[in-house]
Ligand binder design. Structure first.
Ligand code: ZN
Length: 634
């Protein structure tokens, strides 16, 4: 039998597993809060299908094709005044290290090794690695860039145990500690976005503390958070715990776009980067105030900002967008926001084990994230509005780079880290589709899980358990909140249908060859636009559908439609069997008339608009022509 490439890669990855793990750097200080769910070891999961092919494309065409010297040049030149050139090395290499660990691609190892060595070569005798000149430190994006550099060096040290990378990170951090603190420079003077850019340095400071055991890094993280309530600080802990809506956290006229004032200074990407840091502070210290802040902030963003495709922000700011999805936006939904939202959700998934966070990651992955990746995988778009055009991300700061181009692959490489995870009493399956995973068991040994599935086009997944010897553990399967009617079988015996929005927890003594069959509910939901019941979107499983000018009825992308949903808010939708339109992954026939032969042709949101010009003008929220349309509330 022919072994498909991703299965072959898993077998190779499995052989390499012990060697890779042996070189991993261990933390000197364990976190106070142990994660409920943990990512699998390097190489332990391989995805096929829709997600797997887009991840492979992103690695091949974007991550592995990066000109490393171009990313290091700003650190040699050190001439930035307002630019963010120093973020790109760290953002790229965190994706490249994740890509290497996922794929076992040897050429990536060589590229990453050179990128780390070339960067360290730019470190000044006093420890600075950055793009700002002497006398210009701590301005604008300087500390933000150092944050990404530290994250990159620490990720490399974690993956390889390279002592030089850890030493460089320590010297870089020590230099910052020498510049900022009591009796030295204030942390938030002349940085960006009310101290949020600088405050995001929390995350690597806490990783560095746990890696080295040096309490000065924990002290610095606590100092930053203690400074938040000062006039120049963002006051995020208090605001998040008090439930201040994120779009009202920084009121005032928006800079850059005078006519667009609604979001004030609530810069979405930078704010969530601070909440990622606060998640690390909670993991490190166990202070329940931090847990309260991050869980409330996440719920606040989800309920007031996140749209049907799993992203948010207009012109990069929060703006109460959840209830404004049918309105025209200036620049809807930055890809940096999509990726950081997914990363924030992954932090909370690890900390809480609540599958609602995996629901959010899945929605963002299939829609906003894949929808921003170019057809050939070489580039990304900055913004993904819900109607109109997607546009190619512009080059920034005289580099062949863009903040979103550097972030997109980080979102792709997050997917394998959450698709299947480990828990104290067994494996946890969050994502479905053709996939293989090898999960360590608490009692020793491991279990291999093999999924055969056409998900998300088909709701049925057949999961086979492979074990060297029988083992008792709990196998958890995520049942998405949208999946109301589910079927479950073990070795052909029908089990009670599992409830939506929870993990189905199957505890038994598992034997090699046991087969679990799971059927999820892929009836297409007609979702009413929040606050605008005259508009509806169609969502099938995790996929948001869109009209696109390339499809049948091309002149009518924006025309009102008649949708005849059943009493429960479902509409008949069939994936088209024939070849899709060019560059479209999947088209669907949507029942759109009283006669059964009337249908609307739609496609997955990720494909919609992917020519990045008027050829593929598209629309998610459909204006409704008939009042008989019954829509479900999301
Ligand atoms: Zn961006």
């Amino acid at each position: 039998m022919k072994t498909c490439p991703w299965v072959r890669r898993l077998l190779i990855g499995g052989l390499a597993l012990s060697a890779t793990l042996a070189s991993r750097a261990a933390d000197k200080v364990p976190p106070r809060i142990a994660d409920v769910l943990t990512p699998l070891p390097p190489g332990a999961v391989q995805l096929g299908g829709r997600l797997g092919s887009q991840i492979d494309l992103g690695i091949r065409a974007r991550v592995a094709a990066q000109d490393v010297d171009a990313l290091v040049a700003p650190f040699r030149e050190r001439r930035d005044q307002w630019e963010w050139r120093s973020e790109f090395w760290g953002k790229w290499i965190t994706s490249a290290i994740a890509a290497e660990r996922y794929s076992g691609n040897g050429s990536l190892r060589a590229l990453n090794t050179r990128a780390v060595a070339e960067l360290i070569r730019t470190q000044t005798p006093d420890g600075y690695i950055g793009a700002y000149p002497d006398g210009g430190h701590l301005q604008r994006w300087d500390v933000w860039g150092r944050k990404y550099t530290l994250l990159g060096l620490l990720a490399w040290h974690e993956a390889t145990g390279d002592a030089a990378a850890l030493a460089a990170a320590r010297r870089e951090a020590d230099f910052l500690l020498g510049e900022v603190g009591p009796g030295r420079a204030r942390p938030f003077t002349n940085d960006m976005w009310n101290g949020m850019a600088t405050s995001s340095v929390l995350e690597p400071m806490l990783l560095l503390y746990r890696r080295t055991g040096d309490t000065r890094y924990l002290d610095f993280a606590n100092y930053i958070v203690d400074e938040w309530p000062t006039p120049e600080g963002p006051d995020l802990l208090r605001k998040a715990r008090a439930g201040v809506p994120v779009f009202q956290m920084f009121p005032g006229p928006a800079p850059v776009v005078k006519e667009y004032a609604d979001g004030g200074h609530s810069k979405a990407y930078e704010m969530m980067s601070c909440f990622e840091g606060l998640a690390e502070l909670y993991r490190t210290t166990g202070n329940p105030d931090y847990r309260e802040a991050i869980t409330k902030a996440f719920a606040n963003i989800r309920d007031t900002e996140i749209t049907v495709i799993g992203s948010g922000s207009d012109w990069e700011r929060w703006h109460n967008g959840h209830s404004r999805q049918t309105e025209p936006w200036v620049k809807g939904m930055e890809t940096c926001v999509t990726v950081t939202w997914m990363k924030f959700a992954a932090q909370l998934l690890r900390l809480t084990g609540d599958p609602a966070y995996a629901d959010e990651i899945e929605r963002s992955a299939y829609n906003a994230l894949l929808g921003a990746q170019s057809i050939d995988g070489t580039w990304w778009c900055s913004h993904s509005p819900l109607a109109g055009l997607k546009e190619r991300a512009p080059k920034q700061c005289d580099l062949h780079q863009n903040c979103c181009v550097a972030n997109g692959p980080r979102g792709l490489l997050l997917i394998p880290q959450v698709a299947v995870m480990a828990s104290a009493d067994g494996p946890v399956v969050n994502f479905y589709g053709p996939m293989k995973a090898r999960v360590p068991l608490a009692g020793g040994g491991d279990v291999a899980l093999e999924q055969v599935s056409a998900y998300p086009l088909d709701g049925l997944t057949r999961l086979t358990v492979h074990l060297a010897s029988p083992a008792e553990f709990t196998l958890r399967l995520r049942i998405p909140a949208w999946s109301g009617q589910n079927t479950l079988g073990i070795n052909g015996t029908v089990q009670p249908g599992p409830a939506a929005g929870k993990y189905a927890a199957l505890r038994r003594t598992w034997r090699d060859g046991d087969v679990v069959t799971l059927g999820l509910d892929l009836r297409a939901r007609v979702i009413s636009a929040p606050g605008h019941p005259d508009f509806a979107a169609i969502v099938r499983g995790p996929l948001v559908l869109a009209r696109d000018a390339r499809l049948r009825n091309r002149s009518e992308v924006n025309a009102p439609v008649a949708l005849f949903a059943d009493a429960d808010g479902f509409v008949a939708v069939q994936p088209a069997a024939g070849p899709p339109a060019r560059d479209v992954w999947q088209t669907f026939a949507v029942s759109a008339g009283k006669k059964s032969d009337q249908s609307l042709q739609m496609c997955d949101f990720a494909s919609a608009g992917n020519t990045w010009d008027a050829v593929s003008t598209y629309r998610v929220w459909l204006p409704l022509a008939e009042r008989e349309t019954k829509a479900a509330k999301e």
